[in-house]
Design a protein around this ligand. Sequence first.
Ligand code: AMP
Length: 140
Amino acid sequence: MAKSVMNSAQYNGKQPEPEIIPVIEETIFSKIIRKELPSSMLYQDELVTAFRDINPLRPTHVLIVPNRHITTVDDITAEDEAAMGRMFTVARKIARDEGINEDGYRLIINCGEHGRQEVPHIHMHMLGGVDVGPMLSRKG
Ligand code: AMP
């Protein structure tokens, strides 16, 4: 997400070169990560944070997010590989802590408009505690 913003030269009345400065738009998840907003946080380290979804769709519904704001899977770079890998090892730990590892669970990452991603900060949903149902309803 990049927005065109005025730089200081424009305020000084000089003619600046057109410039696009990326503006990182934080979401509610960044505030949860910084503990500026309350959450049911289950885990945090230097790379990722996990907290319960505020509107759980199954008995266990946990979100695992990178601490660094990354908008979608499409924005991941090689620098993010450690955090992306950590999301999976933390998922494994949380599944054990929640007692759902033996029965199994589903991990979902929605991406963009067609993926129906609502919060533009990458997050992995962990859903379990019950047979979560078929992956998707069949649709044309
Ligand atoms: P998605 O549709 O993949 O972007 O999922 C966003 C998820 O974030 C939804 O399941 C929401 O219930 C959840 N969510 C939104 N706000 C909060 C919050 N403050 N704390 C915990 N989960 C949240």
